[in-house]
Ligand binder design. Sequence first.
Ligand SMILES: O=C(O)/C=C(\CC(=O)C(=O)O)C(=O)O
Length: 304
Amino acid sequence: MEFQKTPGWLDWYDGPSKPRFKVPAGSVDAHCHVFGPGAEFPYAPERKYTPCDASKQQLYALRDHLGFARNVVVQATCHGADNRAMVDALVHSSGKARGVATVKRSVTDDELKAMHDAGVRGVRFNFVKRLVDFTPKDELIEIANRINKLGWHVVIYFEAVDLPELWDFFTALPTTVVVDHMGRPDVNKPVDGPEFELFVKFMREHSNVWSKVSCPERLSVKGPPALNGEQNAYRDVVPFARRIVETFPDRVLWGTDWPHPNLKDHMPDDGLLVDFIPHIAVTAELQQKLLVDNPMRLYWPEES
Ligand SMILES: O=C(O)/C=C(\CC(=O)C(=O)O)C(=O)O
């Protein structure tokens, strides 16, 4: 089946630079995706975008190029609750990839077990309205209670403006909760203003809540972009990510977000995204926690 990319789609950056920053041995890219290939793993009819293909082979080649050792492959909304492409990536990773799935309440216990055996360790609840339709909270709570029994966690993706209305639901989740991209703060607002203070409060008052300090390329307003050798990219995002890393050093994760769905302005050079890390985790100890200790404890506890 042929799929037409969403008009204006930006493909992932071809030929990323070699990072100057050497990530610690055993580093984990804790947020990335595979897309199809559509001919083998069709995109979901309910999707809100149609991406380029981005295969497990290309993901793992990027992992090696950037100096990472492992991946956490997150189900992208273009595949809906059809986790086959993501699971296929896990089973072809020689144990070096874990996954986060999207499931409906109709998922069977056998399907959950098969996903666990393949390396899935969490489910993702997406509240970004441009990406998904509404799912009733009772269905999400039912799913959270079921996967909690497997020792899985819940990844949540939402926009900062929606945190107040989602607060009660999020703080009632029984599992570890991992927030994608710091809950997408508006970096035009002060890092100590009410909007980001609420997010910091969310993490401070709930020790089961973690955050990915990823996707500066999505959040930055002033740039500069991670292109043409830029070693100080996305400066307006740094204070937000630094604050989370330094306040909650044991509950942060980092990921490339390759192949970077739905970027409109530019496509970052993934090598320069890696060079962004020392600006937000400024010591070797913080880098070790962010890139190795924390993701290993969450996704490979049996090895950490
Ligand atoms: O890749 C991300 O983390 C961000 C996305 C895409 C996404 O979440 C998805 O399709 O599942 C976005 O903001 O469009």
